[in-house]
Write a protein that binds this ligand. Structure first.
Ligand code: ADP
Ligand code: MG
Length: 421
């Protein structure tokens, strides 16, 4: 049912998060943020000394500085769940360096309260997967974690061999999927906390050993964590595929601003290229242009299935509360407004009826999924067939929805069940 609610609200959403003042901001104790909520869905910009409202921006949801990591996750968890239901989902954090993108995506430590969206998403997936398995679904999950630096893809889960492999974004035969050649796909049991921590440690080690000035580099590279999910329902002969991309973008402040030379100039050009490609993609979508320039950068090429008509996208715009950052914050909010104007088509679920699904083929598929970049051709179910197959469960979901409406509030995520159960 969450999928229906999302469809009504639009499959592209923009949330804004204002971080609290930090000691490094050197703001006085009584300093007030210069970006404050104006209503539930709009932000106003005020300059501290003038108290003048300079601009108002509308978004879909605002997280004020006091909002915790858990409150942020509660709001985005529907999107996470959609990936398990067979959609191509992308959450990306955008903003200048120091605005809280990595804090929001990864968190600041393994300490429970501080964990960001990635570890919380894995935890949610684990709980939900367990529920679905009771209903006869069998899930296979794999993760890939890569970094795009200077328009070059680095495998953060690969062997520590100085990244000898050249990785390219490829398109599957049926054009529905993008994959990266020779990228490591680690099979993941989302309930295995130790295995998850190992993957996260490996990724962060690769990020830091690839170059010494790690922080410097991480603010100039895009990282893409992807949870690839596929499932089979042997009894109902159904097959399902979903992907959850969690993207921590390079700091946006370098756009249009650089006076750098040498390696820095190359970096700047690469960031300019990919962030402005992202801007152009969303401008083209918002203008309903016939050509969307996905191919202009590796990032947009990779994320095309989520950004194009069939996917679901959530932009998290991260903002610093300081007046010093105001110009950058205004740029981020202008881009956010652009994204908000976009409408994607109806998101497509990769749920297919497959006669050949049986225990025998399941084993074969299981093996095949382990190899890199496999893709299976399956016959998409017509919506009528899906409805019939899941008639009973749809009735159950509808009942749940109406009780949600009656209560007039959002139910905790883990109580929700997908329409097709
Ligand atoms: P970015 O990735 O955008 O460059 P970071 O996520 O690294 O920025 O955040 C910069 C600093 O601000 C970090 O020390 C981080 O822990 C802190 N920070 C960011 N957002 C918050 C927040 N909402 N609450 C507390 N600290 C935050
Ligand atoms: Mg960062």
């Amino acid at each position: 049912m969450h999928n229906l609610i999302q469809e009504l609200r639009g499959n592209i959403r923009v949330f804004a998060r204002i971080r609290p003042f930090l000691p490094n901001d050197k703001a006085g104790e009584d300093a007030e943020p210069c970006i404050v909520p104006n209503s539930e869905t709009s932000l106003k910009i005020i300059t501290n000394n003038e108290q003048n409202v300079k601009d108002v921006f509308s978004v879909d949801h605002i997280f004020p500085p006091s909002d915790s990591q858990e409150q942020v996750f509660t709001e985005v968890s529907d999107f996470v769940q959609s990936a398990l239901d067979g959609y191509n989902v992308c959450l990306f954090s955008y903003g200048q360096t120091g605005s809280g993108k990595t804090y929001t995506m990864q968190g600041s430590s393994n300490e429970c309260q501080m964990r960001g969206i990635i570890p919380r998403a894995i935890e949610q997936v684990s709980e939900y997967k367990a529920q679905l398995e009771c209903d006869g679904w069998q899930y296979t999950m794999q993760v890939s974690y890569l970094e795009i630096y200077n328009e070059t893809i680095h495998d953060l889960l690969g062997k520590n061999d100085g990244n000898k492999h050249k990785h390219e974004v490829k398109t599957s035969k049926d054009e529905n999927e993008r994959y990266v050649s020779d990228i490591t796909m680690s099979t993941l049991d989302p309930s295995d906390v130790q295995a998850i921590n190992k993957i996260m440690r490996k990724a962060s080690k690769h990020r830091s050993t690839a170059r010494t000035e790690m922080n410097d580099r991480s603010s100039r590279s895009h990282s893409v964590f992807t949870l690839h999910m596929s499932a089979l329902h042997i009894k109902n002969r159904l097959s399902l595929k979903g992907a959850l991309n969690l993207v921590d973008l390079a700091g946006s402040e370098r756009l249009d601003r650089s006076k750098s030379t040498g390696d820095r100039a190359k970096e700047t050009m690469a960031i300019n290229k990919s962030l402005s490609a992202l801007t152009r993609v969303f401008s083209a979508i918002s203008m309903k242009s016939s050509h969307i320039p996905f191919r202009d950068s590796k990032l947009t090429k990779l994320l095309e299935p989520s950004f194009s008509g069939t996917g679901k996208t959530l932009m998290l715009v991260n903002l610093s509360p300081t007046e010093m950052s105001l110009e950058e914050s205004l740029c981020s909010l202008r881009f956010a407004s652009n994204v908000k104007q976009c409408t994607l088509g109806k998101a497509k679920r990769f749920l297919t009826y497959d006669k050949s699904v049986s225990i025998k083929t399941r084993r074969a598929v299981g093996k095949k999924e382990m190899t890199k970049n496999s893709s299976r051709k399956l016959r998409p179910l017509k919506s009528k067939q899906i409805t019939e197959r899941h008639r009973q469960t749809s009735i159950q979901s509808t009942a749940e929805n109406s009780s949600e409406k009656r209560e007039g509030k959002k139910k905790p995520n883990r109580d929700k069940k997908p329409m097709w159960r």
